[in-house]
Structures are given as C-alpha cells and as structure tokens.
Design a protein around this ligand. Structure first.
Ligand code: HSE
Length: 313
C-alpha cells in the first residue's frame, strides 16, 4: 500500500461556448498538483498550499473545510478510506477565479492522489462524484464541465442530469485551442447567480442547433461547420460585460482566422478554437489585444486531446 502519491490534474475550458454546464475541454501544460501522504491522525488535513512561485499561497487557507481539494478528498476518504489519515500538499498552477477550472483541478488532483493510496484504487471514471463535491463548494452548482475533462482529458460531454455518466467525445484533427487569461477575476458562484432563469424559444433553438452541429462537426472533422456553430447565444451575452477586454480580443481572434471565440467558463479567460497552423498567431493577436487595453495576460496553446489527471509519483 502506497504511503504517498502525487497527482497532476489539468486546467480546463468549461462550457466550450456551445454547451453551458455540459461540455468541457482539458488544457495542455497548465494544472494543479496534489501530494497525498498517509498520517497517523484520522481524517483529511492540509499541510500546505503553494503557488507557482513556490511560496505559500497568499489566499488559499489550510482549513480543510474551505479548500476544494480537501473537501473532495474527504468525500472520497469517507467512503473508501481505511480510517487512517491523509495530509494534502497542494501546488496551485491554475490561477484563481480565472475561468480555467482552478477549483476543479485541485479537487481532481486530490481525489486522484488519495485514490492511489488505496490497496485497490478505483477506476478513474468512478472518481467524478467525489471531485464534484469540491466543485459544488466552489461554484455553488453541481456542474461537471471542468471536473470531467480534468479527470478524463480531451473533450467531455457531462450534462448534470446524466451524471455520474460522462462521455469523451471525438475531436477534429488539425485544430488547437488557444486560451488567454487576462489579469482579472470573476467569481463563478456570483456569475451564476446573475444569470437569467429563463430563455426565449428562439435562443434555445439556435443554441440547440449550435450544440448538435458542433458535436457533429467535431466528429466529422468539418472545420467549416465548427466555424458556423461554435457560439453561445444565451450565456455569453449575459457575462461579456464582466470582462471588459473580451469584445476586442474576440474580434482580434476572429480576424486572425479563429473558428470561434468565447469566454472560458464564467471568464475572465477567453478561448478560441483555431486551425493548428494558425494557433500561435491567434494567441499572439489575442494577447496583443488584451495588453493593448491595459490588461496583462498569459496565454496557452493546447491540443484538443490533452491528457486528464495522472499520477506523477
Ligand atoms: N459551467 C460553469 C459556468 C463553468 O459557466 O458557470 C464555470 O467555470
């Protein structure tokens, strides 16, 4: 039986424009890391939370009932643990309140690490409900569009009414995701509270068409249809005003040839899907547009088949 394990879980793009709360994409090269270590004291505790700079995290507390990683790990340990204790060390690579699935990445990495301490670890697909407990604490809703791709990798369909079932979907060839993270913060729970409870039939019909068309276009490798369907006519218009740089960044991405561009999750991060050969240029123009508006940002270019969470050691 392992005494310790370290897991990495990637950041993710929630909603992916077309599928509010039910579609998400894992991102390459950015994520959270959690080390789980057996201890003599029963229950789940946090040893430390550190940022990318290696320093103790300025905002995240060590209290286990206030961190998505420990909440998720506790939910898992309550059902599958052996009565012993687990101490977590959390290394945040995903910026907070960024729309990059930061809370989900911590929760997923924690559950994957703690699972690896068991004599007979569960299959990864069975870990979703526990990671979701952490997400519920952070965002105030039971949506899996960050947790599911962070766990499985790639593009995942995970509507709340079908959970814990989730489905990794085929992705088109030759397409990359570009994401920029403007140095702003959006609180997901507050953003969700601000959304209208109802939607017009016209908007619903258009979004249904975009969702179905986009999924079909990805499976058929039809880049033209991706371009026509990658949009959000319901949620994005309600959130755009909270991200002042968004309209100009989106225009810059589209002019540079992106298939579509929208908010990542509740923002402020902004993503675009784009032909692989144009991804670096689109990342550059989105970055330049954001900085040109006086807001610094970071950018990433990712495959659509980024791996999900894994054990590093
Ligand atoms: N689907 C969630 C939302 C994702 O848009 O509120 C949050 O990152």
């Amino acid at each position: 039986m392992a005494q310790s394990a370290t897991a990495f879980a990637p950041a993710s793009i929630g909603n992916l424009a077309v599928g509010f709360d039910m579609l998400g994409l894992a991102l390459d090269g950015v994520g959270d890391r959690v080390r789980a270590e057996r201890t003599a004291t029963a229950g789940v505790s946090i040893t430390e939370v550190r940022g990318l700079d290696g320093e103790l995290h300025a905002y995240l507390p060590n209290e286990p009932d206030k961190n998505t990683a420990s909440i998720a790990a506790q939910a898992f340990w309550d059902e599958h643990g052996d009565g012993g204790g687990v101490a977590l060390s959390i290394f945040k690579g995903v910026p907070l309140q960024s729309g990059m699935g930061s809370s989900a990445a911590s929760a997923v990495a924690a559950v994957v690490a703690v699972n690896a301490l068991l004599a007979a670890p569960l299959p990864v697909t069975e870990l979703l409900p526990y990671a979701l407990e952490g997400e519920k604490f952070a965002s105030g809703g039971m949506h899996a569009d960050n947790v599911a791709p962070s766990l499985l990798g790639g593009m995942v369909f995970c509507p709340s009414n079908l959970l814990p079932d989730m489905l990794q979907l085929p992705v088109p060839e030759g397409v990359s995701a570009v994401l920029i993270h403007p140095e702003l913060q959006v609180n997901t729970a507050a953003s969700r509270r601000g959304l209208a409870a109802t939607v017009s039939r016209e908007a619903w019909l258009e979004q249904q068409a975009c969702f179905g068309g986009f999924i079909a276009a990805c499976a058929a490798n039809d880049h033209k249809l991706i371009r026509r369907t990658l949009k959000d006519v319901i949620i994005e218009p309600q959130r755009a005003a909270a991200v002042s740089c968004f309209p100009a960044v989106r225009d810059a991405a589209m002019q540079a040839g992106a298939f579509g561009c929208s908010l990542s999750g509740s923002g402020p991060s902004i993503f675009a899907l784009v032909a692989e050969a144009q991804a670096a240029n689109v990342a550059d123009v989105m970055t330049a547009s954001c900085r040109g508006q006086g807001i610094d940002c970071q950018s990433w270019v990712s495959s659509l088949e980024a791996p999900g969470a894994f054990i590093e050691s």
